[in-house]
Design a protein around this ligand. Sequence first.
Ligand SMILES: *[C@@H]1O[C@H](CO)[C@@H](O)[C@H](O)[C@H]1NC(C)=O
Ligand SMILES: *[C@@H]1O[C@H](CO)[C@@H](O)[C@H](O)[C@H]1NC(C)=O
Ligand SMILES: *[C@@H]1O[C@H](CO)[C@@H](O)[C@H](O)[C@H]1NC(C)=O
Ligand SMILES: *[C@@H]1O[C@H](CO)[C@@H](O)[C@H](O)[C@H]1NC(C)=O
Ligand SMILES: *[C@@H]1O[C@H](CO)[C@@H](O)[C@H](O)[C@H]1NC(C)=O
Ligand SMILES: *[C@@H]1O[C@H](CO)[C@@H](O)[C@H](O)[C@H]1NC(C)=O
Ligand SMILES: *[C@@H]1O[C@H](CO)[C@@H](O)[C@H](O)[C@H]1NC(C)=O
Length: 688
Amino acid sequence: MAGFSLFRTVVAALALAGFSLADLGGELQTRQSADPCAAIAGQNYTVPSKLLACLNSFTFDTTLRDNIVDVVSKSLNFHTSTNYQRNAPFPFVDVHVDVQGELARIKGSTYQSDYELHKDVSSQLKRLFDGHCTYINYCYDSLFVSYLPFPLVNLNHGPGNLLQSAFIAPEAFDVVSKEFAPYIDQWQQLAGFNFTKYSGAKVLLIDDTLPLIQIEKNAQVIGGYQGHSTRQNSFFSSYIRAANEWSYRMGDFAARSLPPTKDYVKMTVVLANSTKIETIKVPFISRTTVSAFTSGADLWDKNCKAKSTTNGVDYFAAPAPSNVARDGDTAIELVDPSPPKFAEPIAPQDRKHPISSFIDVTALTDITLPPGLSPPEPISGNGTARFYLQGKVGVLALGSFSTGAGYEAWFNILNDGLNTLKTQGATHLIVDVTNNGGGYICVANYLHRFLAGPKSTTVPQAGFDTEARYNTLASNITQVIASGGVPEREVLLYDPVNWSYANSSGKFPENLNWLEPPVKKVINGQQDAFSQRLGDECQPFPVSVPDAPFFPPENIGIVNNGRCASSCSIFTITMAKLEGVKTAVVGGITLIPQQYSGTVGGQSTSFTVIDSEIKSTKLKSNALAPPDFIGNAYQGITWRLGFGFDDKTKPEEWQNHMAKDSVPLTLATVNRPEAIWKELTHRWWPNL
Ligand SMILES: *[C@@H]1O[C@H](CO)[C@@H](O)[C@H](O)[C@H]1NC(C)=O
Ligand SMILES: *[C@@H]1O[C@H](CO)[C@@H](O)[C@H](O)[C@H]1NC(C)=O
Ligand SMILES: *[C@@H]1O[C@H](CO)[C@@H](O)[C@H](O)[C@H]1NC(C)=O
Ligand SMILES: *[C@@H]1O[C@H](CO)[C@@H](O)[C@H](O)[C@H]1NC(C)=O
Ligand SMILES: *[C@@H]1O[C@H](CO)[C@@H](O)[C@H](O)[C@H]1NC(C)=O
Ligand SMILES: *[C@@H]1O[C@H](CO)[C@@H](O)[C@H](O)[C@H]1NC(C)=O
Ligand SMILES: *[C@@H]1O[C@H](CO)[C@@H](O)[C@H](O)[C@H]1NC(C)=O
């Protein structure tokens, strides 16, 4: 423990000298500025305490509070799941929040600052554990991302690889020294020690408690996935096949969307290949994701006020607003209001091609997976879909169902890649969907149909039947469209022409208000109402499909870290539950059953799109219509919810998705996709 007291002395000396990270970037500050945001202005990096002072300098305003509550609350009337989320069934016991009740409480509360209000709103929405129903305020969420230099991994290491512990990722310094290259020296100076020697160290304590306690604390607040195992796993670092490279997710421990309340984390570690125990104070740095500001007022102007894409537009208003792009004469697309940094599988909110995507509050940074860990050149693929061959085992690394190519290109990429694998001798297939947050619904359906062949589980419906939430405003929107009250058809989400009867008798007639009569249900003791059941709208696909199973189901396995949502859920759940393919989650906590999928949904959208539906049907004055956001915020919703397979009358969302295999990670496999695929091959098909 001598190391720690020596270190404390160094830190104390630095503190006495008035030394701080923020000072390293610019000139010495001689006068204390009254504006805490001016104090960090023009810097790319700061420390959490200075960032917090800045964020807390925005005064609490009841008008902003009421506006946020009204927009979010009224948007949630279009979200399918609010009443289910009051009390989800086992094993999703963490999901129990009366979110409308919490919003009403917030409307009657006062706060020390606007940021304190944000934290309350954000944490209540996170309690839904639903990455479709994400609330973001761009004024705060990931304005800066706060990092630790030590991403963690969960390894089975030691005698027989039976014992499991948290470790600092062996690649930690490699990743961090590249990603933070301009700053690594100052970061190490701030720490008072060099980071290299801690790569691969075993973590005994974090802030004087066992790592498992910190993993659990994070799992309670991080939101996103209803599965507890998935939120545990999200604490650790992982890889993702991004559009242009293999990239690295730091994990919730080492990357935070809001500044932590302390500038340091205390860690007690055992150095790699050693028995030496050290306790160190590890400094966070907070890195900006936005363009430079000069003061609090300037920061607020640039980041905290509604932008042209925050609220919806009347698609039919003339002249066309700048955020509406007319494509040819008929199609109209709304540019996605969420900056790419948030939406993992970023896809246009494309009227014609429904998407289902997970929205992460922690900004995605294009941190590169070190070349030593990355697979070699793929034999086929594009964007986030890449194909590899390991002997007779073909691998499809699929980081999303939409990124990196246009809609139709996606079908061709999958068709070409799978055919290339087979032509080159593949008899088996591993699909790696680690950190796949979804994308185009019909691409997920296509991949299921492609692999499984034509059968009752894939034709005419290769995905989920779904239902939309009923409310009278949604019915009024649909009524305006169905009765010919809009100048153009096939533009609006509620237009009957693009949705189908569940009995496969085709699309709805153009004059049908398909929300009437509502299907009434009692959910967790609450009266609720939904649309009739909707069937498939994806088939026929734009690209041909094989007339027989492409590989036998016993020759197919799916792997991830649990973080597979939305369209990824459609693909994995149909493959696992209907076709019986193998599923594995890597790196989970020993003895905790692992969910291979979560945030299932059916189709996702946002307040912005619903607001456009309302404005385009001239219903903004309806009492149920959400007002416009005053601030720069985003509210996602699940617009359609998929019906389940185990219990066909209930949503798939809260049915069990337990992986058949839970595969521990070791030093030899962690964050090495190729090594993981080899291990799975050995486990699943030992004779290959
Ligand atoms: C901040 O980052 C930008 C973009 O990388 C760079 O141009 C600028 O010089 C940096 N500012 C400081 C103060 O380091
Ligand atoms: C950290 O490394 C730098 C060179 O990379 C070296 O100059 C410095 O002395 C090292 N600091 C400590 C505390 O070991
Ligand atoms: C620990 O030892 C192994 C095996 O000799 C070696 O590969 C690894 O690089 C060492 N790790 C560190 C941090 O020294
Ligand atoms: C991959 O997709 C991009 C974007 O659509 C396209 O520009 C590029 O030509 C494609 N590459 C190949 C090899 O198909
Ligand atoms: C809205 O829908 C409700 C329920 O169908 C109906 O009673 C009401 O008249 C509608 N309002 C308008 C303005 O169409
Ligand atoms: C929507 O409906 C129109 C008219 O039936 C049809 O031409 C178009 O292809 C449909 N689009 C989709 C995505 O189903
Ligand atoms: C399908 O359902 C609709 C609405 O319930 C009904 O009108 C139609 O007759 C049904 N078609 C078939 C083929 O069962």
